[in-house]
Ligand binder design. Structure first.
Ligand SMILES: CC(C)(COP(=O)(O)OP(=O)(O)OC[C@H]1O[C@@H](n2cnc3c(N)ncnc32)[C@H](O)[C@@H]1OP(=O)(O)O)[C@@H](O)C(=O)NCCC(=O)NCCS
Length: 169
């Protein structure tokens, strides 16, 4: 079967319901208990940096970046990243991550963190944070707490509590 090519564009308002379905399919109801979810709850994701992969009119994947603070310094939280299983392995996940990081870098952001698999995110520049240097408002596997530096030196001295960018309404 010939698969149609896909493109990556900024998330549009009409994408929200299908992205909710995608998150439900990828993460299930457990997504609401995750520490990363707590940081995103009530905080709009960055509309310039949150992207969808489209094959024709079909949404095949999504990535969101949300503002946070780390020890009082502005940063970004990457996630959720999800691709529909029937479109897995086509490179959509990688292109979504690479493009969102590049847009974030160009917009002047310094640090992106996430909770995820190092083997997947390492090639994009994500490294494990020094244990204990950064605390989240809930349990996180320290091996899965990763950070990428978008500007030289941005990770130097990064420490403290990760907090929401602004309180829930
Ligand atoms: C993880 C996910 C986003 C990858 O999307 P994708 O479009 O299939 O990924 P890509 O096609 O860009 O990359 C595929 C490559 O990543 C690898 N990969 C996929 N998930 C991986 C993981 N968890 N750890 C390590 N490598 C992984 C594949 O083996 C493949 O390797 P290859 O290029 O050497 O063949 C997708 O599988 C997904 O939505 N999973 C469920 C939700 C999830 O786990 N999200 C990430 C949260 S941390």
């Amino acid at each position: 079967m010939q698969l149609s090519p896909f493109t990556v564009v900024a998330e549009r308002d009409e994408d929200k319901p299908i992205i909710e379905d995608l998150h439900e399919a990828a993460f299930g109801p457990g997504q609401y208990a995750r520490t990363a979810f707590r940081l995103r709850e009530g905080v709009p994701h960055d509309p310039e940096l949150s992207l969808v992969a489209l094959a024709g009119n079909e949404l095949i994947g999504s990535v969101r970046l949300t503002p946070i603070f780390i020890g009082g310094r502005p940063a970004l939280l990457l996630g959720p990243l999800a691709v529909w299983p029937q479109h897995a392995g086509r490179g959509a996940g990688k292109l979504l991550v690479r493009t969102s990081l590049e847009l974030a870098r160009r917009a002047g952001h310094g640090v992106v963190i996430l909770v995820g698999d190092e083997p997947y995110y390492g090639p994009f520049g994500f490294v494990r944070l020094r244990p204990g240097s950064v605390q989240l408002p809930g349990p996180v596997d320290p091996y899965r707490l990763l950070a990428a530096e978008l500007q030289p030196g941005a990770l130097v001295g990064l420490s403290g509590m990760v907090t929401k960018a602004f309180p829930a309404a």
